[in-house]
Design a protein around this ligand. Structure first.
Ligand SMILES: C[S@@+](CC[C@H](N)C(=O)[O-])C[C@H]1O[C@@H](n2cnc3c(N)ncnc32)[C@H](O)[C@@H]1O
Length: 194
């Protein structure tokens, strides 16, 4: 198919935004597929910080990255991304949120609107000008719609001089196709916290 789905499009944008040696944040490591993509893009001289609230997710991510021989450039952190400022520091070129539950895991442990927005507000000033934040919102599960609605309400309020915000999804597909939000922190926006 010619058109990318939300996840594929997020991966394409990450590839556009990152180069070897960059630093990237995966705020929802899950089974590690996004972390793997980021680790390939930043190469052996870069770093991916991968955060998840569940140990099982970090174990899965570690196993995948070890299998692919890319674990050396990945730092795994167990914690709540709403407290990202306590878990890591410094700036990132790209940050990734893949919302919902851990595939193959406990479907009741999900990302929540309040902590997602708190995390996003803390991550935005950590992104370098020209950098990118992607959020892929799955909304077919209980609670998913609330999170999507919270993002649809918050994101249009961001200053267009500082950040460009895009929403991307199929609009005629059955089964609640995921929605991608992509935020580009604009050059010269002075967005990065000193
Ligand atoms: C859809 S999965 C992520 C999929 C993953 N990016 C991948 O490529 O396999 C969502 C993940 O978010 C995690 N999560 C939920 N709430 C969280 C929070 N407050 N802080 C950090 N991780 C959270 C879940 O444990 C789950 O692993």
């Amino acid at each position: 198919m010619l058109l990318n789905n939300a996840l594929q499009h997020s991966h394409e944008l990450m590839a556009r935004a990152l180069k070897p040696g960059d630093r990237a944040l995966d705020a929802t490591a899950g089974n590690g597929k996004d972390t793997l993509h980021l680790a390939r893009l930043i190469g052996s001289t870069g770093e991916v910080v991968a955060v998840d609230i569940q140990k099982q997710a970090l174990d899965n991510t570690q196993n995948l990255l070890k299998k692919e021989n890319l674990i050396n450039q990945v730092q795994l952190i167990e914690g709540n991304h709403a407290q990202i400022d306590k878990l890591t520091s410094g700036s990132f070129q790209v940050a990734v949120f893949n919302l919902g539950y851990l595939p193959g895991g406990d479907h009741e442990i999900i990302t929540e609107p309040e902590s997602t927005l708190r995390a996003l507000k803390k991550v935005m000033p950590m992104i370098r000008p020209g950098g990118l934040i992607t959020l892929v919102a799955y909304h077919g599960h209980p609670g998913g719609k609330n999170e999507l609605t919270a993002l649809e309400k918050f994101l249009p309020s961001l200053d267009q001089k500082k950040v460009a915000v895009l929403q991307y999804s199929f609009i005629n597909q059955a089964g609640d196709p995921p929605v991608l939000f992509a935020l580009e922190v604009l050059e010269g926006a002075d967005y990065l916290d000193p």
